[in-house]
Design a protein around this ligand. Sequence first.
Ligand SMILES: *Cc1c(COP(=O)(O)O)cnc(C)c1O
Length: 376
Amino acid sequence: MQRAETWSDPIAHIVRTAPDAPVLYFAPDRLHATARAFQAGFPGLVTYAVKANPGEEVLANLVAAGLGAFDVASPEEMRAVRALCPDAVLHYHNPVRSPAEIAVAATMGVRAYSVDCVRELDKLSGRVARDAEMSVRLALPVRGAAYDFGSKFGLGPDGAAALLREVSARGYVSSLTFHPGTQCADPAAWGVYIGVAAEVAQAAGVRLHRLNVGGGFASHRTGRAPDLTPIFTHIGTQVTRHFGAQAPALVCEPGRAMVAEAFTLGLRVKAIRAGGAVFLNDGVYGSLTEIRDIGAPDRVRVIAPDGTERRGAPVARVVFGPTCDSIDRLPEPLPLPGDMTEGDHVLIAGMGAYTRSLSTGFNGYGLRDVVTVAQL
Ligand SMILES: *Cc1c(COP(=O)(O)O)cnc(C)c1O
């Protein structure tokens, strides 16, 4: 009974509207609850990594929930945030930028940047405020995440110490930042980084203004929902342990974990082939792109057009997307109810992150509609 109750709103909407295109169902209360959990639990400043879901209703609700600082990677993301919150604090933490992008950031009053090489620091010098904050990006081969962010950005401990010394020598506010990798559920990943960050600061002879512990907080995809509290606690205790009286202020920049639970993705079965393969109305060029990299979520429910849930024994089905490209296929078969038929709706929970932001319009398909519901 409880479960039917929980799903009543999106299902009522589906029965009423029978959407033929992919829809994201958005529950603002969920987003507010997650924002509150981060603000109450994380021992420092909570910023939101806009790339995970730059939707207007996401940004507006986060601002309403009291978030005032955002991790942005491009002028477009800066404008999206400022349009809704003119005095938002922006952290421009994409470590590679063109001079034109830096000029936009400076004009918009951005005062916090990340750097991972002297060349990028040179690019910023003279273009941004002399007392801007420069966070040196540290990268370590740490396990625990769905994929490694350290292979693209960041410096090892020695390089990070040298660059931190240079940042300090040039008179910038000196900080460190790292990202443990996305969908990371292991508190130890943060702990290892924090220990090395303290060594880097000591080697550089620089007292850190802030330590940004990145995003990477896992969302619920399969099995049990991750509990972020042990991660928050571990971050706090490791900072005290490694920095003691020199403890920097902390910042985090969750993307995925902030938005994932606030959205349920609604798709539709376009065709079921004789062999059991399913064609959905969205695929890897749309909202299912991430499945290739971090695996399929298992909170999938299939709803008949009359609103009843299909409860047939699961059958592992090859799933194709709607485009004319043969790559548009999920990498692994997905277990779906055996009594599923064409025209059914497929609801996937926890799909707020990296769905609409990665969705293309290839072949005229893709995710465009967001419907706000009272509850999911
Ligand atoms: C992508 C990114 C984030 C957000 O990562 P999640 O895994 O979605 O939490 C935060 N900070 C930086 C610098 C990023 O590139």
